[in-house]
Write a protein that binds this ligand. Structure first.
Ligand code: SIN
Length: 500
């Protein structure tokens, strides 16, 4: 694939072009890389250059941390109500600018505009949820065995937080971390993903507009490679950072954990998945097809919770495969800004190569392609792969073991409940799992046995701000959102009062 020499005027697509920023945001200032180095940001649907972005060195990450540390006492001293008011304003601005924020997201990430706007609503919901959660960070009083003594536990902000976010949800994975951190009274340094920095910067614009004080929210940007690794190292090794919240791959999670050990960072990690999607023979097949489509093809299959291994009972296998193939064959693949497009590109050519490898590997071992199966080479550096359904997929193949992160639905056959649970649990990761059945006892039994942090029963959609999102095994630890999400950004402090 050759790279396109075109460039794209993103600002002209926006009604508020000031949301399109191409500098980092440190201590309330818009800044280029201190040594002027930039890297090209391209549109994965067209290969066109969107902007030259700052390729910031480690020293600027340290500056951002210093700014966050300086801003911390005043932000922490606000009342929870004052911080909640900021979050509600951000929520309302996100709703107001959903079209522009969605356009920025669509152009840098590739997901279709309607889906991108859906992500903005999802991202905004973390603001709303945490605006309310911040008001309810109750402490405790604990009876003491000592006479004249009272024990009180209060919740305090943990401090400066390093937020390392992925490109697959350029907006919502930032707000999922930033909203509880701010609500708890923490300040943040966001390391924006190299593939999708513009959505992070647009959020910084909104923070600036509503008067979030300088240093409370900082966004650093750099390309992949040495400087990105150096940014991670700075966030992990800098003693002024108290907490790292990371969403990304398991190998990077392992590295950050090692690096963070030198300063005993509190960590929460949402890492890779390999979700099993189990369809029993009593399932409502139309519902199951809708569930697979929602889970597997959201963000062109580039989500950590998406169905990776689809297990279908042998009695309904052929019927289900036919129904799914009809729907997948009707997808419209293309530039997400084009009306009617339902599947966009993958974020980069590495993503395309991985899907291609998984398809070839499965086919070489006996699988058959029902729909799709090929990459789409437009000769312009764009990154498309046909939405694909594979049948007769063998038990042992790459797609059974690795997360594809692309629009590939492999259908495995099963006959027995215990066997399918064993196969589902054979993965070293455990983020999400799904099952479709009309049998209430089975749904509870299987959901309890799946070794994952989240189970969808008769639905392919689990993500909401109000649920504890996170995994087990090598999918990480800590929960984002839900009733416990804000705790990740707080510490319990005991105050024992004697002599009463
Ligand atoms: C992810 O893929 O990392 C997050 C997906 C979600 O929030 O549903």
């Amino acid at each position: 694939m050759s790279s396109s020499s075109k460039s794209q005027d993103l600002g002209s697509l926006l009604s508020d072009s000031a949301l399109f920023r191409t500098q980092g945001y440190i201590n309330g200032q818009w800044v280029s890389a201190s040594d002027g180095v930039t890297f090209p940001l391209t549109n994965p649907a067209t290969g066109a250059l969107i902007a030259d972005m700052p390729h910031m060195p480690r020293s600027q990450v340290a500056e951002a941390i210093d700014a966050a540390k300086t801003a911390l006492p005043a932000w922490a001293a606000l009342t929870a109500y004052q911080r909640s008011a900021y979050l509600l304003k951000l929520h309302s601005l996100m709703e107001q600018h959903a079209q522009d924020l969605g356009t920025i997201l669509c152009v840098e990430n590739g997901k279709p505009l309607a889906e991108a706007k859906g992500e903005i609503a999802y991202g905004a919901s973390f603001m709303q949820w945490n605006a309310a959660e911040g008001l309810r960070t109750y402490g405790q009083t604990i009876p003491s065995p000592f006479p004249g003594t009272r024990n009180m536990v209060i919740k305090q902000p943990i401090g400066v937080c390093g937020l390392i976010t992925p490109w697959n949800f350029p907006n919502a994975m930032i707000t999922r971390k930033m909203a509880p951190a701010l609500a708890a009274g923490c300040t943040v340094v966001i390391k924006a993903p190299a593939e999708t920095p513009l959505s992070a910067l647009a959020m910084a614009v909104l923070c600036e507009r509503i008067g979030v004080p300088a240093g409370v929210v900082n966004v650093v940007v750099m390309d992949k490679g040495d400087r990105e690794a150096a940014a991670g190292l700075e966030l992990c090794e800098n003693i002024k950072v108290s907490k790292i919240s990371f969403t990304g791959s398991t190998p990077v999670g392992r590295l950050l954990m090692k690096q963070g050990s030198s300063t005993l960072k509190k960590l929460s990690f949402e890492l890779g998945g390999n979700a099993a999607f189990i369809i029993f023979d009593d399932a409502d097949l139309e519902l199951a097809v809708t569930g697979v489509i929602a889970s597997k093809f959201r963000a062109a299959g580039q989500t950590c919770v998406c169905a990776n291994r689809i297990f279908v009972h042998s009695k309904i296998y052929d019927q289900f495969a036919k129904l799914l193939a009809e729907k997948v064959g009707a997808f419209k693949v293309g530039d997400g800004m084009t009306e009617g497009v339902t599947i966009g590109p993958l974020v980069n050519s590495r993503g395309v190569e991985k899907v291609e490898r998984h398809v070839k590997d499965a086919v070489s071992k006996g699988a058959k392609v029902l729909v799709g199966g090929e990459k789409i080479d437009n000769g312009d550096g764009s990154c498309f792969f046909q939405p694909t359904v594979l049948v007769d997929v063998p038990r042992e193949c790459a797609v059974a073991e690795e997360e594809t992160f692309g629009p590939l639905a492999p259908l495995f056959k099963f006959d027995d409940e215990e066997d399918v649970i064993t196969r589902a649990n054979s993965s070293e990761v455990g983020l999400a799992g799904y099952l479709f059945t009309r049998d209430l006892a089975r749904s509870n039994r299987v959901a309890e046995k799946l070794e994952v942090g989240m189970v969808g029963v008769n639905t392919g959609v689990i993500a909401q701000a109000c649920i504890p999102f996170g995994g087990v095994k090598q999918s990480g630890f800590g929960r984002e959102g839900g009733p416990s999400g804000i705790n990740e950004f707080q510490v319990d402090k005991l105050i024992t009062i004697g002599g009463m």
